[in-house]
Design a protein around this ligand. Structure first.
Ligand SMILES: C[S@@+](CC[C@H](N)C(=O)[O-])C[C@H]1O[C@@H](n2cnc3c(N)ncnc32)[C@H](O)[C@@H]1O
Length: 304
């Protein structure tokens, strides 16, 4: 959805656009190619290998781009450290990248056997294998239920514990077989029975939802009046956070309706531009099947 993102960012003044999830730099490259030379991109990724790849890809635009290894959840301080106080747009393309998914050694994929890692940033201390060892049964079931929306989380935890009583779980292949043994996928389902468990562990290892909430709160303080924020999410938990944040910020006042006047003092900060999320076109899904679950939401900063 590169064209849609650029169209909706509607950059009409010189300044900085934040790409909070640089990945391989595809969106940043598209933005730089299709905007005036006085537009710069400040791009962040917590994966140092993404920064390396994107830095090569974007070498032509070296004087218009700043690449930073860091967490989007620290947007406010990363921007301040780089002397950025106001921006003309913020973009986030959440989740994992294709290189992360396709590299077995990163441990994100059910299809490719590899170490059960799932850390986006190599400097994080806790891998998915560590989480399986560290969490209590109740904690693990709650992660799998809440972050994977897995109805049979307790059954999955029992299967994990049975396996761990025999040997530690250290690979993606081993975990996917353990889950598949107790959850048969329906004949009509195209997804592997361990998909929800993998999603849950990935979100927990990378603390993805809390980082997204921090990033949304931080970007409000950076956006110029009428500057826009565009977020692409890939699963319902992320999308719900974005949708709820946009709605709350559009509404402003959070007082109970029965109060005769506002006592919370909260003002509107956003105007939603996509009442329903934008979905990828059929051509895009044909070209990149992973885009099928993408949802783009956009809002504009207002100062009242
Ligand atoms: C879907 S990919 C982005 C692809 C990119 N838009 C492109 O065109 O190549 C998501 C990227 O965001 C990074 N990421 C996810 N959550 C992050 C966070 N909280 N902070 C920084 N980077 C994050 C991942 O490491 C990954 O490289």
């Amino acid at each position: 959805m590169r064209k849609e993102v650029l169209h909706y960012l509607n950059v009409h003044m010189e300044g900085v656009i934040v790409d909070g999830t640089l990945g391989d730099g595809g969106h940043t490259e598209f933005i730089l190619k299709n905007t005036a030379p006085d537009i710069r991109v400040f791009a962040i990724d917590r994966d140092s290998s993404a920064i390396e790849r994107a830095s090569e890809r974007l070498s032509l635009f070296r004087d218009r781009v700043t690449l930073v290894h860091g967490n989007l959840g620290d947007l406010k301080s990363l921007a301040a450290q780089n002397g950025i106080t106001r921006v003309v747009g913020v973009f986030m393309d959440l989740g994992v990248s294709s290189p992360q998914l396709d590299t077995p050694g990163r441990g994100f994929s059910i299809q490719n056997d590899g170490p059960l890692d799932m850390r986006m940033d190599f400097s994080q201390k806790t891998s998915a294998a560590d989480l399986l060892k560290k969490l209590s049964d109740i904690e693990l079931a709650s992660v799998i239920k809440n972050f994977g929306e897995e109805r049979y989380s307790k059954r999955v935890v029992r299967a994990i514990r049975r396996e761990q009583a025999e040997r530690p779980i250290t690979t993606t292949g081993q975990l996917s077989r353990v889950v598949a043994r107790v959850l048969t996928s329906s004949r009509h389902s195209r997804i592997h029975p361990a998909t929800r468990t993998f999603q849950a562990l990935r979100i927990a290892v990378n603390d993805e939802l809390e980082q997204l909430k921090n990033a949304l709160a931080d970007m409000l303080g950076l956006l110029h009046s009428t500057a826009r924020v565009a977020v692409i999410s890939f699963h319902s938990l992320e999308d719900r956070i974005v949708k709820t944040f946009f709605r709350d910020e559009e509404k402003g006042c959070s007082c109970p309706p029965k109060l005769p006047m506002c006592v919370c003092g909260r003002k509107q900060t956003l105007r939603i531009l996509t009442r329903k999320p934008l979905l990828p076109s059929k051509e895009e899904v044909d070209q990149n099947s992973r885009s099928i679950s993408a949802k783009l939401r956009v809002a504009e900063r207002v100062y009242v």
